[in-house]
Design a protein around this ligand. Structure first.
Ligand SMILES: NC(=O)c1ccc[n+]([C@@H]2O[C@H](COP(=O)([O-])OP(=O)(O)OC[C@H]3O[C@@H](n4cnc5c(N)ncnc54)[C@H](O)[C@@H]3O)[C@@H](O)[C@H]2O)c1
Length: 270
């Protein structure tokens, strides 16, 4: 039950063991929020939680596999048992995959869809009814991607999952507006951020060069995760639906997609 801590609100962050999720968790703690760090990488969230707790923050690490609805239910129970309230849910855990669609091993496809789409669905079903039943305002932010706006050949599993995540977020926005108007919903749409997402991706039979290319892109051109987290909270504070790290990339991809749809044009139209 609530122990009266976390007057700045309570954030639950999935994928909090690395990259963007870790930075969101750290920034939430710096803002005086109680923080629940969730990740399948238990040792990483334990280490971050120990460090933040040592600095005086109210943090708990809950090892969680977002592909497992029971594990996400247990995460919600742990968050409500500790803090009695959740004001911010960041459904952020995600994986990458590369290769033409016919080259992707079925196990990798299913794993990626399970994390990037089912993981968000599980977060919604475990938390939103409780957030909705609590009259205090709260906020759900799903991490999608510019990959969910445009089309990237050679990254099909990922972009399919992110289009799905984006659509799920828009649907959730409309459903909460109807059922729980005090629950705000946002899509956090990063482009290049320097994280381990491609470092953790094992090169496949045909994807060694692409994995190296994308690792290089994020190392060379990526935004620092702490900057992405700042943009995240600026958007949360404004209650923006779209929270975008790289507006120029977003505008280019969204503009192109709008033109294709409006003209019923094929994907390779100029
Ligand atoms: N880095 C980028 O350039 C970029 C761009 C667009 C979108 N994104 C999205 O941002 C989100 C965070 O990615 P990141 O770049 O920080 O990557 P990251 O690899 O650094 O962090 C992702 C975290 O998710 C965790 N995770 C993986 N599977 C999980 C599972 N089943 N259950 C719980 N946790 C799990 C990993 O252990 C890892 O700690 C992802 O949804 C990703 O698609 C990233």
């Amino acid at each position: 039950m609530s122990n009266g801590f976390a007057s700045g609100g309570v954030a639950v962050v999935t994928g909090a063991g690395s990259g963007i999720g870790e930075a969101i968790g750290r920034r939430a703690a710096a803002r005086g929020m109680g923080v629940v760090l969730a990740d399948i990488a238990a040792e990483r969230i334990d280490a971050i939680a120990r460090e933040l707790a040592h600095a005086g923050h109210e943090v708990v690490a809950v090892p969680t596999d977002v592909t497992d609805p029971g594990s996400v239910d247990a995460l919600a129970d742990a968050a409500y048992d500790r803090f009695g309230h959740v004001s911010l849910l960041a459904n952020n855990a995600g994986l990458e995959s590369l290769g033409n669609l016919w080259e992707i091993p079925p196990g990798e496809w299913h794993r990626l869809i399970s994390v990037n789409i089912n993981g968000i669905f599980h977060g919604i079903r475990s938390f939103v009814p409780r957030m909705g039943a609590d009259p205090r305002p709260s906020h759900v932010v799903n991490t999608t991607s510019v990959g969910g706006i445009g089309t990237t050949p050679g990254m099909g599993a990922y972009t399919v999952s992110k289009h799905g995540a984006q659509e799920m977020t828009e649907c959730l926005y409309l459903e909460c507006a109807e059922a729980f108007p005090h629950v705000t919903v946002s899509a956090f749409v990063p482009a290049h951020v320097t994280t381990r997402i491609f470092e953790d991706l094992e090169p496949g039979e045909n994807t060694g060069a692409a994995v190296e290319y994308w690792r290089g892109q994020l190392r060379a051109k990526g935004m620092a995760p702490a900057d992405a987290a700042r943009i995240f909270f600026d958007g949360v504070d404004r209650k923006d639906f779209w929270i975008i790290t790289h507006p120029e990339s977003f505008d280019r991809l969204a503009g192109r997609r709008s033109r294709l749809l409006a003209g019923a044009l094929p994907p390779d139209a100029p």
